[in-house]
Design a protein around this ligand. Structure first.
Ligand code: ADP
Ligand code: ASP
Ligand code: MG
Length: 451
């Protein structure tokens, strides 16, 4: 059994979905479970229309609904014309968008959105794409069966970033997925989407289809989890920032997890954990080049001082200074309890005898966090920060790579620097607008000049 996940561009239109069918056809003997994202860009449009409706721009929202409906109908028609699925799917698409139009009207009347209602809207993209892809399999004579992800991916009710209940997911896979595989059928599910125990629709956070794939892979103890996307694999940096970035053929779980956490969008940051627990290799492939070597993510990989560079913009840095920190046992615990109370995870941490600095990606509860931290000392916040990470299992084998990284940054000011205890991630907090130049400098230093 394997899990094959196809991202938004890989199911963006009928031609892309046809490539998906070809890829899966070549894997039938491995008993694939297929997980798909929404048609490329659909999730952004769905969220956009919800916000527009709540802001009173109902006509603009209805316009987006019409565009999305026509796009889904058009691609479904291109794939399925003349089949018995075509009509049923057209009705399904029509009614999903009719329901969205009603929701949009409700948002306009209310004038606000809740995370729960945002999830109901965002989920429509994957719920429809998975039905289209399952029907496209059948059209080509493959036994594709649509499985509603809400029957499988059980989560808590932290809407818009729900956390999985892995035991419930394992039970649901035994009930809804494994029997299909035993009958040599191909289950097709939408990624990103889940539901609470009370069956209210949730989502796993943006980019969460990768996470769905690895949760399902772990639940069925798959032999591999394949992430099919629009680049050749994991590269030495984001190719949109560094066009000369090179393919990484093999990378360790730890390195890949660090890269994902520090900005390599090719994998959702939570993707690696379920795979590691079961020792399931994760592969990243390009759906436009199905015969490419791709990247294999596994426990071991040839040790390198630097494997790749990642960067992310828009982080927030908080600095707390307090003389009470001096020799005070338990001080840091109390400080970090503030973040726990507000369900916010911290990213980079540095401390001195009288100060602690942290960065956050999630600023939902920033106001409350700052208020609570003020009880400990002087707090300052810098919202326009960014992070660059230099990742490699051998980065701490001597100081050469660290010195080279700092030297490469040249005049770029560094606000925090942290070498992870595992010695695989050297993280630097810099100004937001310096992230791209810093990545370019670091990539040139470690992987040669840009082409
Ligand atoms: P999908 O829709 O298939 O999930 P994403 O857009 O989420 O695709 O992720 C793929 C994108 O990740 C690539 O187009 C690339 O710009 C970006 N990316 C960022 N860092 C890396 C990296 N180190 N290697 C490969 N791709 C990366
Ligand atoms: N469609 C969702 C998003 O755009 C999930 C995903 O593609 O992984 O965030
Ligand atoms: Mg993605």
């Amino acid at each position: 059994m394997i899990v094959c996940k196809f991202g938004g561009t890989s199911v963006g239109d009928a031609a892309a979905i046809t490539r998906v069918v070809d890829i899966v056809t070549a894997k039938l003997d491995q008993q694939p479970v297929v997980v798909v994202s929404a048609l490329g860009g659909a999730t952004n449009q769905l969220l956009d229309l919800a916000h527009k409706a709540a802001d009173g721009e109902l006509l603009a929202a209805l316009d987006i609904i019409a565009q999305l409906r026509d796009r889904h109908l058009h691609e479904a028609q291109a794939l399925l014309a003349g089949t018995s699925d075509a009509e049923a799917l057209a009705l399904e698409i029509g009614s999903a968008f009719e329901e969205l139009a009603h929701l949009a009207e409700a948002f306009r009347t209310l004038g606000y959105l809740t995370p729960r209602s945002l999830d109901a809207v965002a989920a429509v993209g994957e719920l429809l794409s998975s039905q289209i892809v399952a029907a496209a399999f059948r059209q080509r004579g493959l036994p594709g069966v649509y499985v509603d992800a809400r029957d499988v991916v059980r989560t808590n009710d932290l809407f818009t970033r729900a956390e999985p209940d892995t035991e419930a997911i394992a039970r649901a896979c035994r009930e809804h997925i494994v029997p299909l595989l035993q009958q040599r059928r191909i289950p097709v599910l939408g990624g990103f989407v889940g539901s609470t125990a009370g069956r209210v629709t949730t989502t796993l956070g943006r980019g969460g289809s990768d996470y769905s794939a690895s949760l399902i892979g772990a639940a069925i103890d798959a032999a591999g989890i394949e992430i099919w996307t629009d680049v050749d694999g994991m590269l030495t940096a984001d190719p949109r920032v560094i066009p000369s970035a090179r393919l990484i053929e093999r990378i360790s779980f730890d390195e890949a997890a660090e890269l994902a956490a520090f900005g390599a969008k090719v994998l959702h940051p939570a993707t690696i954990a379920p795979a590691v627990q079961r020792g399931i290799p994760v592969y990243v492939f390009n759906s436009r080049k199905p015969h490419g070597t791709g990247t294999m993510i596994a426990f071991d990989a040839p040790r390198r001082p630097v494997r790749a560079i990642a960067g992310k913009r828009g982080t927030t840095m908080i600095k707390l200074r307090s003389s009470r920190m001096l020799l005070a046992p338990g001080f840091l615990r109390r400080v970090f309890e503030v973040f726990e109370t507000h369900r916010t995870s911290v990213d980079v941490v540095t401390t001195s005898e009288v100060s602690v600095s942290v960065t956050l990606d999630d600023t939902h509860h920033l106001g409350a966090i700052l208020q609570d931290l003020a009880a400990f000392g002087d707090v300052s916040v810098e919202r326009r920060s960014g992070v660059v990470a230099v990742v490699g299992a051998g980065i701490a084998d001597g100081s050469a790579a660290l010195a080279q990284a700092l030297a490469a940054l040249g005049p770029i000011p560094v606000h925090m620097a942290s070498l992870s205890a595992t010695g695989i991630n050297f993280t630097l907090v810099i100004d937001d607008e310096q992230v791209v130049p810093a990545m370019q400098r670091l990539h040139t230093a470690f992987f040669g000049a840009s082409a």
